[in-house]
Design a protein around this ligand. Sequence first.
Ligand SMILES: NC(=O)c1ccc[n+]([C@@H]2O[C@H](COP(=O)([O-])OP(=O)(O)OC[C@H]3O[C@@H](n4cnc5c(N)ncnc54)[C@H](O)[C@@H]3O)[C@@H](O)[C@H]2O)c1
Length: 350
Amino acid sequence: MSETLLKVGMIGAGSISNAHLKAAKEGAGVEVVAVCDIIEERAKIRSEEYDIPEVYTDHETLLKKADVDAVIIGVPNAVHHVIAINALKAGKHVLCEKPMAINVAAAEQMVAAAQDADKVLQVGLVHRMRPEAQYLRNLVVSGELGNVYYAKAMMIRRKGIPGWGSWFTTKEESGGGPLIDIGVHALDLAWFMIGNPKPVSVTGVTATAFGPYKRGVGKWGIPNWEGKYDVEDFAGGFVRFENGAVINLEVSWALHMPPETRINVCGEKKGALTAFNSTLQLYSEVDGELVDEPMEFEKTSMFNTQLKRFVAAVKGEEPVITPGEHGLIVNRMLEAIYESAAAGEEVRLD
Ligand SMILES: NC(=O)c1ccc[n+]([C@@H]2O[C@H](COP(=O)([O-])OP(=O)(O)OC[C@H]3O[C@@H](n4cnc5c(N)ncnc54)[C@H](O)[C@@H]3O)[C@@H](O)[C@H]2O)c1
């Protein structure tokens, strides 16, 4: 095994650990030496599947005993900050799944811990790794679209409530429903594409029309029919930025609408549409004629790219692509959407 490989511990051996461990196996520049889950059986399964020598059931023991430079955190949202802060205090770099935390206060503590420890804190906002996302952001930043004044971000599932009754649908453990679960991706990607301007105000709406009746249930996660459902299944948000641009966000786990995943970015010179599928369409008008520019990108694994970029950031070869500071601002926007929805009025972010 090459000495240049980053030694990593995987914390959480549930569904998403598979994506991270597969990326590690496919040569992202890491060696996974330890895996941890409070359910030992799950950690053992991953240990066998991916040939990981050490198994733990407690992350603090892993941090003390395992010889790791970094950890990947793939546990329920409410535990992200506890484990991330412990890992950073133990001098480990952290790649933490999204959403960074269930609330802004916890996200702030994570950013402070990373700064104190001078370690990398990368948030798993993995859709930024898409080649078309990188390409479009560069176009926007270089002025190719002109002044960008509007973006629409949609992640609509018609029947996709994950793990009914599990931590996913229990607000205390997840922080919320589709807004914080998948809206985090759509909002972050649109925000990234328009150049990460400063958000100043937010209006939000949420609705719960399916979950309590056990309708709209999808295939991700393990249901617990004795559990509870106290989160939304639809959310809309309207975020206004300091530069005058807005993002209009629509997300659902379940909705009487066809599924749709896309982002529209509208500039004075050109518009762009991307559907999370390695394509990008640019639209404009030249000499009175409508011009469509369809583009296709290589289909790459977002999780492989994410891990490679984490390794590069740890080695100081490039800035962190999805830093904790960005995860925190995304958490601020999400929390403000919930607050606005509850209050029935706009929320200022100063
Ligand atoms: N990037 C993506 O697109 C994406 C997709 C799915 C899930 N996720 C995120 O990944 C995280 C995990 O989701 P999942 O679908 O794998 O959930 P999961 O329920 O399948 O797995 C979570 C695992 O964490 C374990 N766990 C709980 N508390 C723990 C602790 N204190 N220490 C160690 N292990 C602990 C559980 O036993 C479980 O095995 C969530 O934050 C979720 O939002 C991201």
